[in-house]
Design a binder for this molecule. Structure first.
Ligand SMILES: [Zn+2]
Length: 233
């Protein structure tokens, strides 16, 4: 990350940790407080792409799988907040299912059904079975298998996101963002940054943007990004 106060672009490498907030001090003693603009599922998806690019297939796989689970959470909350549910009430309810992914999946299907009045599309059965084989049985997937898996997850996420008109849901999205910042209790200045390169971050879910996204281009662009980063060193 670059210091917000130093004039020169001097980058400091810091750990990406859980939560969307990080702080660091630059060589000149400036204190930086940074809030990431990405949702958790976007960060996990990005980590999966990077792991896949670097050849860590199991790590890529589990990050794709985790990204999908956090995506379900994002959508459940978005539907709840859009329907006027108080965020405190939502958090209290979420805690009842926060440790069991099967409960979360059930909540996602039900929230979707109640909101859109139609059954949600589901992932192909073999995708779910494959996930269990990798996550629970220690199966080591090939690059091709993980690429196919990532492509399916990507297609699924975009299919669901397409149902949410960006303009219509923006008030709910802003409320969710404010809630997260409030929870951080930050009473001093902070910077906002995006760590997922645009325009391929999943957050830009206008219909036009979604239709232009392609998993294989995304993966390819990460390779180019790496080459670009290398040229700075
Ligand atoms: Zn500085």
């Amino acid at each position: 990350m670059a210091c917000r106060e130093c004039q020169e672009d001097r980058f400091k490498s810091i750990d990406l940790t859980d939560g969307i907030y990080c702080k660091f001090e630059c060589e000149n003693g400036h204190k930086n407080n940074i809030i990431l603009q990405e949702w958790k599922f976007e960060i996990l998806f990005e980590m999966a792409l990077m792991a896949l690019k670097d050849g860590y297939t199991r790590e890529a796989f589990s990050s794709f799988a985790a990204s999908l689970e956090r995506f379900y959470e994002y959508i459940i909350e978005l539907i709840a907040i859009h329907n006027g549910i108080d965020s405190h009430q939502f958090t209290t309810t979420w805690k009842l299912m926060s440790v069991q992914s099967e409960r979360q999946l059930g909540a996602f299907y039900t929230a979707y059904l109640l909101h859109f009045k139609e059954a949600p599309k589901i992932l192909p059965k073999n995708i779910t079975e494959f996930r269990n084989r990798v996550i629970h049985k220690g199966y080591i997937p090939t690059t091709e298998e993980v690429t196919d898996y990532g492509r399916e997850i990507f297609k699924y996420i975009l299919h669901i996101l397409k149902k949410f008109d960006l303009h219509e849901y923006m008030p709910a999205i802003l409320k969710m963002t404010q809630k997260t910042r409030k929870a951080l209790n930050i009473d001093y200045s902070y910077g906002l940054i995006c760590i997922v390169p645009v325009p391929v971050g999943l957050k830009h879910h206008s219909k036009h943007m979604i239709e232009s996204l392609d998993f294989d281009n995304l993966l390819k662009s990460r390779k180019e990004f790496e080459v670009m980063k290398g040229s700075f060193e």
